[in-house]
Design a protein. Structure first.
Length: 254
């Protein structure tokens, strides 16, 4: 059996790298992150750009994922039952809380964002459908870790990255956080991945009561939190959304 084609593997690695960041990356950053020669990285980026999978900012010269990749991904997401069932509830949650809403599912060692509702104001926002979030430092990830054994298995033996000073990186601390999540029925993350950002998430189950995803709100700490804790009314809204989506998927009341 023939082996993998190196250029395609490198192109896939570049797209994963661009999907995982919050900012555009320059040629040198891409090459250094993937241990590629600048010429090699530049050639792959130019090809991806020509095909619409990557876009280059004309002012900074830095790269980000392109619209063509989102269009192709949308063909999968449109038939994804979880996303289809959650559309109305996610919109309602954004309107009720005034914050952006994410729907995420387990994917390898992270959370894949399959739906994103913008915060209902006039601020400039970037669509994050198709991006990845960490399992151990986000509200979405913590919910999946607490209820899905497969998610926990993905992190077994992994070195957990500290994104901020508040990130949980030791297994014992993460176990305690998962136990707390199961006890209260929701997960929170306050400046654990991004400074100044807080979130709250609830589980989504299918008709067999299997964990199939999570829904969360995310926004500035000063709006989400009060006295350092997620505001109770926001937690209630997120939990209601999780239960509503689960019921639409056939889960019994919980």
């Amino acid at each position: 059996m023939p082996g993998p084609i190196q250029s395609l593997s490198r192109a896939a690695a570049i797209m994963r790298l661009l999907a995982g960041g919050e900012r555009r990356l320059g040629l040198s950053e891409v090459a250094a992150a993937l241990d590629l020669a600048k010429g090699t990285a530049h050639g792959i980026l130019r090809t991806l750009q020509q095909e619409g999978f990557v876009e280059q900012d004309p002012e900074s010269g830095k790269y980000q994922l392109g619209a063509e990749l989102l269009r192709l991904g949308q063909s999968y997401l449109d038939v994804h039952e979880l996303r289809a069932r959650a559309l109305v509830w996610a919109d309602d949650l954004a309107r009720a809380t005034g914050e952006q809403v994410y729907l995420g599912v387990l994917h390898q060692q992270g959370v894949l964002i399959v739906h994103h509702v913008f915060r209902p104001d006039d601020s400039r926002q970037v669509l994050e459908v198709g991006s990845m979030q960490p399992l151990h430092s986000t509200a979405l990830g913590k919910v999946l870790l607490a209820y899905d054994p497969v998610a926990r298995g993905e992190l077994h033996g992994a070195d957990l990255k500290a994104y901020t000073s508040r990130t949980l990186t030791d297994p014992a601390g993460l176990d305690a956080e998962c136990a707390l999540t199961r006890e209260r029925g929701w997960a929170g993350a306050v400046e654990e991945t991004w400074e100044g950002v807080a979130s709250a998430a609830a589980l989504i189950q299918d008709r067999r009561r299997n964990p199939v995803g999570a829904v969360c709100i995310s926004g500035a700490v000063e709006r989400i939190c009060e006295a350092g804790f997620v505001r109770p009314e926001l937690v209630a809204s997120v939990r209601d959304a999780g239960r509503s989506i689960s019921r639409d998927l056939g889960a019994a009341r919980f």
